[in-house]
Design a protein around this ligand. Structure first.
Ligand SMILES: C[S@@+](CC[C@H](N)C(=O)[O-])C[C@H]1O[C@@H](n2cnc3c(N)ncnc32)[C@H](O)[C@@H]1O
Length: 354
């Protein structure tokens, strides 16, 4: 908290995205930089930790996409924000069953947190894996970018629209300097132009502008256009055109105010998938379709796989597996809330999962 207080004392106010960036990713103070937040004992749980069936489906999808690309003898998989490394570890286990694919494969992990990198290194322990600091470092392909809950963990800007005026949300200290509050300041012309160009001013008074996510999408598109390949990403998000305020903080599996102990809770927002699709298409990629996590996993074959595995299981193991499967695909749980988008270099279209 001190880092935020000191910054706000010094600067008086900072844009919301800068606040989120300090709260989550400041080298010393940031939430992701000092703890492992995942799992039952942590603050939240993600799909790869719920069931390794999730990772198996991603692995099968990657192998099928590689086949679609003509089985190149070098294929690079880049995982965006690998968390505690569970997905990568489980992917490698499945990839080993596909010998030709496995022999062609190298994996790059794109991770900002040194704390998480250490955890990933211990968990994964594979010569196939290297860590990269920047997307620009990628210098060969074809490349498959995959992210699960990467984009929803990136800082966003919020713009408040009142009649035809636009105000950017800033963060400041209250007069007694004990709490943090929002401030609205007239948005600058550049920012207004960006949100107008992106058609973000339709219905609703809070406009979310994922500046950092859009920068990453541009860098990723550039690599895919250059080296061939695609981007598959899964996130909590929506496809409605309506603008909404989706900012939230989570600690110990409960929602709380984003100003309550920043640096000690996760802060996320929901992804505007139509905006992602627009950005990727404008960067000349072919976007197949946006689908739900439920549809995607079912189309890749998660039900069949669970059925096969269940044949050798005890009743207790079966119950556990199907309970976890339900969490992934039930529309009332993660099934509909999480969406999947796939974009690839223009040409022949790959449609597994969509
Ligand atoms: C919500 S977690 C998702 C973890 C994992 N994919 C999973 O499903 O369990 C977000 C991940 O993205 C990483 N991350 C966030 N911002 C990043 C950035 N700018 N560059 C690289 N990694 C980043 C975080 O440190 C964390 O590993």
């Amino acid at each position: 908290m001190n880092k935020i207080i000191n910054t706000l004392r010094e600067k008086k106010f900072i844009p919301l995205d800068r606040f989120i960036n300090i709260a989550l990713y400041d080298k010393k103070f940031g939430y992701y930089m000092k703890k492992n937040p995942f799992g039952k004992k942590g603050d939240f749980i993600t799909a790869p930790l719920i069931s390794n069936l999730f990772s198996e489906m991603i692995a099968v999808w990657c192998v099928a996409f590689w086949e679609h690309l003509g089985k190149p003898n070098k294929i690079l998989l880049v995982e965006l924000g690998p968390g505690d490394g569970t997905l990568c570890k489980d992917l490698i286990k499945t990839f080993k069953k596909f010998k030709d694919f496995y022999n062609s494969l190298e994996i790059n992990l794109f991770e900002i947190s040194n704390k998480l990198k250490k955890i990933q290194k211990i968990k994964i322990n594979s010569k196939k894996v290297k860590w990269i600091k920047k997307i620009e470092e990628i210098n060969y392909g074809p490349v498959i970018f995959f992210g699960n809950e990467f984009f929803d963990a990136l800082p966003i800007k919020q713009i408040y629209k009142k009649k035809n005026n636009f105000f950017e949300k800033y963060v400041a200290l209250t007069t007694n300097e004990k709490n943090i509050k929002f401030l609205h300041k007239k948005a600058n012309n550049n920012l207004i132009k960006c949100i107008k160009d992106l058609n973000l001013i339709s219905i609703g008074d809070t406009i979310e502008y994922p500046l950092e996510a859009l920068k990453f999408l541009k860098q990723i598109s550039k690599k895919i256009n250059k080296f061939d390949g695609g981007l598959l990403t899964i996130d909590y998000g929506y496809t409605l055109k309506k603008n909404q305020n989706t900012l939230q903080a989570v600690k110990k599996h409960n929602y709380l105010d984003i100003f309550f102990k920043p640096g000690h809770s996760d802060i996320t927002s929901h992804i505007n998938f139509k905006l992602f699709s627009k950005s990727l298409s404008e960067d000349n990629l072919a976007v197949k379709k946006i689908t739900t996590q439920s549809e995607f996993l079912k189309k890749v074959g998660i039900l069949k796989r669970a059925d096969i595995l269940s044949k050798k299981m005890t009743f207790k193991e079966k119950a556990n597996m199907f309970y976890r499967l339900k969490r992934l695909i039930d529309p009332k749980e993660m099934g509909d809330r999480f969406k999947v988008i796939f974009a690839q270099k223009k040409g022949k279209i790959f449609s597994l999962g969509f």
